[in-house]
Structures are given as C-alpha cells and as structure tokens.
Design a protein around this ligand. Sequence first.
Ligand code: MTE
Length: 379
Amino acid sequence: SPWAHEPRRHPLLNPTSERPFNAEPPMKLLGENFFTPNEFFYVRNHLPVPLIDANKFELEVSIETTESGMKEQSKSLTLADIKRMPKYTVTAAVMCGGNRRSEMTRVKSVKGLSWNAGAVGNATWSGARLRDVLLAMGVVPNENLHVVLEGADLDPTSHPYGASIPLSKAMDERGDVILAYEMNGKVLSRDHGYPLRCIVPGTVGSRNVKWLSRIAVSENESNSHWQQNDYKGFSPSTDWDTVDFSKSPAIQAMPVTSAICSPVDGDALIIKDDGYLTVHGYAWSGGGRRIVRVDLTIDQGKTWHVAELQQEDHPDGRHYGWSLWTVRIPIENTTSSEVEIWAKAVDSAYNVQPENFENIWNLRGVLANAYHRIRVKLI
Ligand code: MTE
C-alpha cells in the first residue's frame, strides 16, 4: 500500500482528511507561539508521503530554455552539495490557499478540504538560496520564464506533485527563496518535506514544494494539475459548468488576512472584574507586505480597537513572517450576554480584508480572507 510509510503525527492535530493526511492545530495552540512548533505545524499532503533515503537523495536541476543566451543543461546535486552552499535562514509563514475555507462554505458549498483558520504556520527555514543554485548554472534573470518545482510524491499514474513560480521571484535577492533542509533549526520532518523542500516566502503554500526532486528553468509554468486546474480564483458567479481554468492566473502572492486564535467561536468567557475582553490572533499578508494594523470590533464596526502587534523587524517587501496580535477590549458597557468579535488586518500597501465572504466566494474556496468573526458568551 502506498500508505504503508506514513509518519507518526501529533495527536493534537485535527485531521481534515486521513489519506492523504491533512490536519491543522487547534486555534488556541496556534496562537501561543510566534514560531509554530514543528509538530503542530499544519500538514497539507495531496499524496502519500514518499520514503526518501537522504544518502541517496539527488536533486535534478535543469535549464530547459535557450532564452537570454542560456545553455540547455542538467545537473544533479546531492544533499551534501546543497549543504556546502552558503546557508541562509528566513522567517516565513506558509499558508494554504484554502485556509479558512470552512467560513466561505457557509455562504455556499465549495470543493475542497474544510479548513478552519489553522492551515498556516510561521517558522524559520534554513538552507541554500535557489538563486545561488541557479546563478551557479549560468541562469540570468528573465521576466518571461518560470521555475518548475517537482516533488518525489507520485499520484497513481506516477506523476509527481508539481508547481511553479516566476523565475523573477527565484532570482530576486529580496525574494528569499530557499531550498530548505531545516525548519525552526531542526531537520525537516517527513510530513514537511524531508530531506528538502522549497520555501517561497510570501507565496501561497502550494508552491512551497516538499520532497523536492526536480527543478527546471522553463518557458512554461508547471503543467501539473495543481498549477493549471487548482489554486486559482474566480468570480462568485463562475460555477462548475462555466469555469475555464485557463482564464485565471495561478495564485502566487497571497492577500492580507487575519484570524482570532483566542477565544474561539462558541467559548463562554468569565468576565473578570477588570471589565476587559482579551483577544489574541495572527495576521499575515503575501508578497512580503508587512502587517501595519489589526482592528477589532465587538459592536459591528461602530467602535474599533487597535491591537498590539508582535512581529519581526524586516523591511517592507521582505516581511515574510506573520504577526501575532493582542487587544484588550473594554466590555463594562456591554449589556448583552453574547458578543460577536470581528477582526481585520491592514498590510503595508493599505490592503484590507474584505468585509464578508459573499462577494469573494469562489468555487474552489480559496483566498478566503474576509473579516474573521466569532461569537462568544459572556458569563
Ligand atoms: N509539495 C508536495 N510535494 N506535495 C504536496 O502535496 N502540498 C502543498 C505544498 N507542497 C504539497 C507540497 C500545499 S497545497 C501546501 S499548503 C504546503 O505544501 C503545505 O506545507 P506543510 O504540509 O509543510 O504545511
């Protein structure tokens, strides 16, 4: 059975599917750590986890174009070769394109795993820069080319998981694309891509290819199902009869989002004498855009409370980690025994989350970044 070699997983991860294994941590746990502990980091697998012997591991790197005078060629790198290259560490949140899909589903059903808001995690990733590997092979920047990334995990017809990113992202010094062999300073675990994965900071999770086996500089995007016919956005009026996947670009940078980690929906809160409600969560935006503000309201937007941010200090455009935030909202004057809490984040381009899911609904349930809303009881 292809499932015979699945790794052990932490029992606190909540599976959204068992085979392939997909799971997210409980929200409260997620919000507790600026760096998500590896064992609680969400897992998104499309296929069985491949069993890879790191000593025999080889990464094939090819140039499949003669654009800009490049020479078509192919070479193979061992893990030792990659570890001999300068080592870089980057903080990056990885978020699934379908994170928070379950909230969008409340508008109208969609096709996809029913993620809560935990299909995201923040970690440090260490390894060689993809840019350095490509420069060593004589690759030159070219706005029209792509880098195709393939995993060692195979579908039943023996096709690997695959995705691609623009060559310009891979070659950008500020793009920080890493061939990672460490996550939070530890050897990558099997679920997260052991022995090598690509980390594409600021870019949707699906391009962060795990169990990396092949890299190709190409004139075309990856022809994989996941690049061509999945992880794309559409109008709310596009349905399965009218959808044409070739008409939408593959998601790369993700839009701004936030979620409340604590309390969680349905909690009954004992209000202490100080008369404040403490709310805690995460916020993140793609493309290296820094979070500049998170606003919360418990009165449908009549009054907004600005949260305090915890974030690393990186220049805008290169701020790939998430921000955690905390806010204390006064509730002495709240007479109701139930309150609805709304959260919205603002990024450095002053992009802000949309108010509701109705107008961003799409048939795959991706890019689900409307205000996060939960209801709690006060006792
Ligand atoms: N890479 C391979 N080889 N196979 C996969 O199924 N899933 C992708 C991406 N890379 C996937 C992959 C998707 S959709 C996401 S969201 C991230 O990996 C999840 O990374 P994680 O499991 O380490 O959280």
